[in-house]
Design a protein. Structure first.
Length: 551
């Protein structure tokens, strides 16, 4: 099977191109238009042709493991077809392939192809293409279509034939689907010559009732609904689970398997896929937009690959994410509760101190994007609960290569020690600078206190000119690493012309009323080049900078 995939690019412009050592499950994540579906297409083409297509944008090559003699004989037996009534084979040849692709091949040749070495193209064209399946939205739903029953005395060659003949595999599928939907998955043979999937409100009393065509069996299946009557979500989930346990492919590629599924089902699908694939000897490649699917995969306990792709400003990147970091995103209650793992699917993350900060800055950014201003595109806004926990969110995101900016009120300078150094460390500011920045922080705090100024009310503008210059020098340095301080004080000092009192939600609700909700109304507040609009623009400038620091 495939044991390594080589990409055209790495973690940043000019970096060594990424090579992915393939595990049972490899998952591609990233923002929209980052190449997740494209990489599946290119892997699929390699499995069929064994060569790099000239049109490839992501993959340069892939390595394979050839089969040992015992494995080769099993695969030869599996892919050898019986000749039809009018079909003859040449001496020393076998009829080879699958239902949709039959050819004659010399027995000696196929042995050499499967055992290698240096037979990559032939291995893919004559063998792997028959053991590879690409599932997209349409093909997923087709997995639950009625299938021919075939000759039960022959080897099964469809997923439903496999499950019908294997009580053990059918029970595994049934248990998973009952847990998901509260109904029993059964295979109905009563339409002679066809197998149909049904969902039954009651469990079959015995295997003979499910598999039979006698009166009790007919009555049992007539009381169960055909899978076609179920929702697309049920069909998609059922089809994928059926294919995982009973399907023929050794390489399975799935594009957005969470499509049609609500979050708990996406979570369960990720967990069940990983558990099943890890024991099957198959290889599965998945592209996903679902944080819940990823969390299910991580909770499975299976060692998997997660590769984050990005494409921005004509530059593609690929990063193999560390499992330790990803597991911490899932297990840490704070990170899990604020949805940090969703950052994998965005170009940028902005983290504020509280939920009022998150809601306000997100609304400002959306208006800037609406009117073509310098807003942050495809950005996720998160709530850290307080400034002391912001570093716990942006640090793991940055370790995964995700640009994560922090927005804090000016009173971040009040606390020194580990609170301050943790803040600097989260922004990946070199440790050698911590002492000097700590001294500036302490002097600035002392200056506010000596002047008797409420820093959150007056901000930098309340300081004498020389002191204000010193404060701005400190904050400029933090800005360069994506740590943005509200220099006019705090969240509630934005749009001071509205004279809105209160704090947090008590300030936010009337502020939103002032901003308006209907862009067609004259009083609707539109972006300008000053105030909070300029502040959010500075975050986008950092995010888009080619020499951005801190990530």
């Amino acid at each position: 099977m495939i044991n390594r995939i080589k990409l055209k690019f790495g973690a940043m412009l000019g970096a060594t191109p990424l090579e992915i050592p393939i595990k049972a499950v490899t998952i591609f994540v990233g923002p929209n238009n980052s190449g997740k579906s494209k990489v599946l297409e290119e892997i699929h083409n390699f499995c069929i042709e064994g060569t790099q297509s000239k049109g490839n944008k992501i993959i340069t090559d892939a390595d394979i493991d050839y089969l040992d003699p015992e494995e080769a004989q099993k695969e030869i037996s599996h892919l050898t077809l019986k000749p039809g009534p009018q079909e003859n084979t040449y001496p020393g040849h076998i009829l080879w392939g699958d239902r949709g692709n039959r050819t004659q091949i010399q027995m000696d040749s196929i042995n050499k192809i499967l055992s290698g070495p240096d037979m990559k193209q032939a291995f893919c064209q004559h063998y792997l293409r028959h053991r590879t399946l690409l599932l997209n939205g349409q093909t997923r739903l087709g997995l639950v279509a009625d299938q021919g029953a075939g000759n039960l005395q022959d080897r099964p060659n469809t997923s439903l034939q496999v499950l019908f003949q294997s009580d053990e595999k059918r029970k595994k599928v049934r248990d998973i689907l009952y847990d998901a939907f509260g109904e029993y998955y059964v295979i109905d043979p009563t339409n002679l010559g066809q197998f149909r999937i049904r969902m039954s409100p009651v469990k079959p009393a015995a295997d003979e009732v499910e598999r039979g065509i006698h009166k009790d069996a007919v009555e049992f299946h007539s009381n169960a609904k055909h899978i076609s009557e179920c929702s697309d979500g049920v069909k998609a989930f059922t089809g994928i689970i059926t294919e995982i346990f009973a399907g023929d492919p050794k390489v399975l590629l799935m594009d957005e398997p969470e499509a049609f599924l609500h979050p708990p089902l996406a979570f369960k699908l990720g967990r069940e896929i990983c558990r099943a694939i890890s024991e099957s000897g198959k290889r599965i490649f998945v592209s996903t937009h679902s944080a819940h699917f990823i969390m299910g995969c991580l909770q499975s306990g299976v060692d998997i690959n997660i590769v984050r792709l990005t494409y921005k400003a004509n530059t593609a990147t690929a990063r193999l994410l560390g499992m330790k970091n990803l597991v911490s995103l899932m297990r840490n209650p704070l990170l899990r509760s604020v949805g940090v793992i969703s950052g994998l699917f965005h170009d940028c993350v902005i983290v504020g101190e509280g939920d009022a900060d998150r809601a306000f800055y997100q609304e400002v950014n959306e208006r800037m994007l609406l009117y073509g201003k310098n807003g942050v595109k495809n950005c996720l806004f998160l709530n850290a609960q307080n400034k002391q926990t912001i570093h716990q969110i942006i640090k793991p995101l940055r370790d995964l290569g995700i640009p994560a900016a922090a927005i804090v009120d000016i009173d971040v300078i009040k606390d020194g020690g580990t609170v301050w150094t943790s803040f600097l460390t989260a922004g990946n500011i070199p440790e050698i600078e911590h002492v000097s920045l700590g001294m500036q922080r302490a002097k600035l705090k002392e200056r506010f206190e000596s002047l008797g100024l409420d820093m959150k009310k007056f901000g930098v503008s309340g300081l004498p000119v020389e002191d204000a210059e010193g404060a701005n020098t400190l904050f400029d340095r933090l800005d360069k690493n994506g740590l943005f301080v509200v220099r006019n004080g705090e969240l509630e000092t934005w749009f001071s012309k509205f004279l809105i009192p209160g704090h947090g939600p008590d300030w936010l609700v009337p502020m939103f009323e002032k901003l308006g909700e209907d862009p067609t109304v004259e009083s609707y507040v539109k972006p300008e080049d000053s105030d909070v609009w300029k502040f959010i623009g500075s975050i986008n400038t950092w995010h888009c900078s080619v020499d951005r620091r801190g990530v």
